[in-house]
Design a protein around this ligand. Structure first.
Ligand code: TYM
Length: 331
């Protein structure tokens, strides 16, 4: 049995990228492994959410995790800021995380480009907090999408460095994980290679979107004027449409349109209609549960309290040992 940890930042509703990159794997793993899934609310502070939004975003992610099939009895489902041991480990790991390696991190460089007026230390040390999240439970598998691969490499670096520094084989090596072997990246509908919450309007389809919104977003997805040569190379926006179809449609449907592209008979309007209907079918049960669970505050409180207790139990064991290894002693 493996120990599995993964998290989602609480910055708004979850989208299909979050589902196919991460949640689908969480749901599969929860009955076979020791699983910790959490809501990364500290991580969300790097972009300075308004205080009145913070709790609502955490609630949204909690509701949507549950609606998508997470079983809080089987897995430990908790809120990052409920487990102070994580922040202690973060502080300790920060002492051995170097400015140069943090500055070279792709996600940091991207943030510097996107938000030049808010390059805070939390953004720089984001991968350190993420490493603390993972190794606090001594996890070996981390179900995430492709965009998190480099962060996982850094988590291994920090875990290894600690082991080497204190000459102890204490933290195991955590690896990014996906059942389909290849880590997944769901594209956006606006031609960009990644579906993301903070991208352009119309880029992402959210699990909570209603059928009308889904149809509208998909029908507006970027396409070109169509293939003119048999088996020709596909431009990015067309590759994106096929990637999305692969995630939500039946394999036969995918093959049909794939073939139609290759013999130049494809009609993008038909393909988009099919994708929209398949997304609607996929989203329907999740959306129904979202509506049900979000009004059940006492259930949500029960889930959060239960997760907090189980997560603290595991995290406090690790931090106690870490303190001993580093050399803290009581008088
Ligand atoms: P976040 O909140 O950006 O995304 C949550 C999960 O969804 C995946 N994901 C995608 N997968 C495929 N295609 C996409 N378009 C797509 N967009 C998002 C992400 O890979 C991720 O698995 N840093 C993390 C949160 C985090 C974490 C952790 C994860 C904090 N500590 C410890 C794992 C372990 C993040 O920002 O994910």
């Amino acid at each position: 049995m493996e120990t599995v940890v993964s998290g989602i930042r609480s910055t708004g509703n979850l989208h299909l990228g979050n589902y196919f990159g991460a949640i689908k794997n969480f749901v599969k793993m929860q009955y076979e492994h020791k699983c910790y899934f959490f809501i990364a609310d500290y991580h969300s502070l790097t972009t300075h959410p308004a205080p009145e939004d913070l709790h609502n975003h955490v609630k949204q992610v909690l509701v949507e995790y549950l609606a998508a099939g997470l079983d809080p009895e089987a897995a430990t489902l908790y809120i990052q800021s409920d487990v102070p041991q994580v922040t202690e480990l973060y502080l300790l790991l920060n002492m051995n995380a170097y400015k140069g390696e943090l500055e070279r991190c792709t996600s940091f460089k991207e943030k510097v480009r996107k938000q030049p007026d808010n390059i805070n230390a939390g953004l720089l040390t984001y991968p350190v907090l993420m490493a603390a999240d993972i190794i606090i439970h001594k996890a070996t598998k981390v179900p995430v999408g492709k965009d998190q691969e480099q962060h996982l490499e850094m988590a291994r670096t920090f875990a290894n460095r600690f082991n080497r520094m204190y000459k102890k084989d204490f933290f195991p090596q955590p690896y990014a994980f996906n059942f389909s072997e290849e880590l997944i990246k769901i594209p956006g509908l606006d031609g960009s290679t990644k579906m993301g919450k903070s991208e352009n309007e119309g880029n992402a389809i959210f699990l909570a979107d209603d059928p009308k919104v889904i149809r509208k977003k998909v029908m507006r997805a970027l396409t070109d004027s169509g293939p003119t040569r048999k088996n020709q190379q596909r431009p990015q926006e067309i590759k994106n449409l096929f990637l999305l179809m692969k995630a939500v449609s039946e394999p036969e449907t995918y093959s049909f349109f794939d073939q139609a592209y290759n013999d130049c008979s494809i009609r993008y309007g038909d393909m988009k209609k099919q994708i929209a209907e398949d997304i609607i079918k996929f989203n329907a049960p999740i959306r129904e549960r979202i509506l049900e669970i979000s009004s059940d505050d006492s259930y949500l409180k029960k889930v959060a309290d239960m997760g907090k207790e189980k997560a603290i139990d595991s995290a406090s064991k690790t931090i106690k040992e870490v303190r001993q290894i580093i050399g803290f002693k009581r008088f």
